[in-house]
Design a protein around this ligand. Structure first.
Ligand code: SAH
Length: 486
């Protein structure tokens, strides 16, 4: 086998990012866009000793699970990985991925998983679900202004104005910004030499309020023709906030440090509702959030409500509990929990996010939350060790009833996990965006006298390979409270 060889390959498995996997000539091949059950003509593009990467040249016999993708650009654009797979099979794939990781990395048995895993929660309509889009701006080969997405694993911009994962309003906004750039000769940024001005167009949309935010990321300290930009945008229904963000660094990081509002509010407002977890219908409880261009905020609001409502259900709160919410971001989960707990303590590494969390607590008249800036693996142990001799309030914090964690993909730090175990909460609710690190961390918690009681996967990102999970762990010596028995 050499590079560029063409061969017939049957796809028999799917990798963690949704890529097809097939075996040929004693080697394993990874093929982007190929699906389980496809028979394809593959071209070897990169060869290692035992495995390689191949490109799908032609589908000889399509998989029975293949559907016609709604987006014609799904192969070129890096945004979606498995749009050609029927949505039902996407959900099956994600559930299987979680299960496999829990068995392989976490050491859980099939019987245990059968007993604790609840069916994955998908979307009724898995399109137009994103409330945030960040479009890079540049020029195509003919020098025409383009906005869109990066082609997978490259920095070439594929022209996409109406991504089907985002809201339809994006197209109107992109066109208005492009009209303004052409009319006032505002150049797009060129990352090859660091020249030009407009790098990205960030758009956020409040699903519950229909408020829109537009933020231009620029390679300069001032936005020329700013008032003219406002004129182009402000009549768009829902427009609430127009700003620019300064990023003069030669970097792939999208946002720079400072943001300047040039029209309207510096934020938009959105609500997250509590849902009845039996059938995921809305209850009348909602929490308001102010979201600025730099705030972290979940991108799929509908699924987020389901995810957080389940986390809240797993926490089993009655109003008397003290709760830690580690990796709390802008306090989204903390504020949800606070409505049913006595006291909630949030920990987050990003100072601005903690500012947002405090403001959001105030906005909702919530008085029983306290937020700390720092690494969870430092704040929690420091607190635990320092207050050893204390009683009353501090002892409640040292031995909370519930700990909720929602770490980034790399999972929890070991020191954080060992402190959690030492604090002996009755329940731990683990919200995870990477089932491999979840499995690793669960096996540590299980060794530390906790038992996995419930796990549920959520499809936050239809058409991508990602999957979120919520897990309930209970201390082994605790009896399940009455209100939580099945
Ligand atoms: N629970 C929040 C945020 C989850 S994302 C929500 O649902 O909105 C994970 C968060 O962990 C991010 O806000 C990130 O800034 C934060 N983070 C990353 N490493 C951390 C660490 N070591 N300690 C505390 N927070 C951390």
């Amino acid at each position: 086998m050499k590079k560029n060889d063409i061969f017939e390959l049957e796809i028999t498995d799917m990798g963690v990012d949704g890529e097809g996997i097939g075996h040929y000539d004693g080697m394993t091949f990874f093929v982007k866009d190929a699906l389980i059950g496809d028979k394809i003509l593959a071209r070897a593009v990169k060869l290692k000793k035992k495995y390689g990467y191949a490109r799908m040249e032609e589908i000889v016999m399509p998989s029975v699970d293949r559907v016609m993708p709604r987006c014609p650009l799904h192969r070129r654009c890096g945004g979606c990985q498995i749009q050609a797979l029927s949505y039902e099979k996407q959900l099956e794939f994600k559930e299987r991925k979680v299960r496999n990781n829990l068995m392989r990395i976490g050491g859980f048995s099939e019987e245990k998983l059968d007993a604790v895993m609840e069916p994955i929660v998908g979307m009724e309509n898995p399109y137009r679900y994103r409330n945030k889009a960040q479009f890079p701006v540049g020029y195509d080969k003919n020098g025409e202004l383009v906005t869109g997405f990066y082609a997978s694993r490259t920095h070439c911009i594929v022209q996409v104005e109406d991504c089907l994962l985002g809201v339809a309003d994006n197209k109107v906004i992109l066109n208005a910004v492009k009209d303004w750039m052409r009319a006032y000769q505002i150049p797009a940024y060129d990352e090859s030499d660091g020249s030009g001005l407009v790098r990205h167009i960030l758009i956020r949309y409040g699903f519950t309020t229909r408020e829109i935010m537009v933020c231009l990321v620029i390679n300069g300290d001032n936005l020329p023709a700013g008032q003219e930009l406002v004129e182009h945008l402000k009549e768009i229904p829902g427009m609430t906030s127009i700003s620019y963000n300064v990023n003069c660094e030669r970097t792939n990081v999208i946002l720079g440090k400072s943001t300047h509002c040039i029209w309207g509010m510096p934020y938009i407002t959105d609500y997250i509702h509590l849902r009845n977890t039996e059938d995921f219908s809305l209850t009348d409880r909602a929490i308001a959030y102010h979201i600025s261009p730099q705030s972290f905020y979940q991108v799929n609001p509908l699924q987020t409500e389901k995810l957080y409502s389940t986390a809240l259900e797993y926490a089993g709160l009655t109003g008397k509990e003290s709760v830690w919410d580690l990796y709390c971001g802008i306090g989204t989960i903390s504020l949800f929990l606070s409505r049913k707990a006595k006291q909630v303590y949030g920990v987050e590494i990003v100072p601005q996010a903690i500012e947002d969390a405090k403001n959001n607590a105030k906005l909702n008249g919530i008085m029983n939350t306290e937020f700390f800036v720092g690494k969870a693996e430092e704040v929690l142990p420091a607190f635990y060790e320092k207050n050893e001799a204390c009683d009353s309030a501090a002892s409640k914090m040292r031995h909370p009833d519930v700990i909720v964690v929602d770490p980034p993909r790399k999972g929890c730090d070991e020191h954080c996990l060992s402190t959690m175990i030492a604090m002996r909460p009755k329940r731990i609710v683990y919200v995870s965006c990477d089932s491999a690190t979840l499995a690793r961390d669960l096996s540590i918690l299980v060794d530390g006298e906790y038992e996995v009681r419930r796990i549920r996967a959520f499809d936050q990102f239809p058409h991508s390979g990602h999957v979120e999970c919520v897990t309930l762990l209970q201390r082994k010596d605790i009896k399940t409270p009455k209100n939580m028995r099945e």
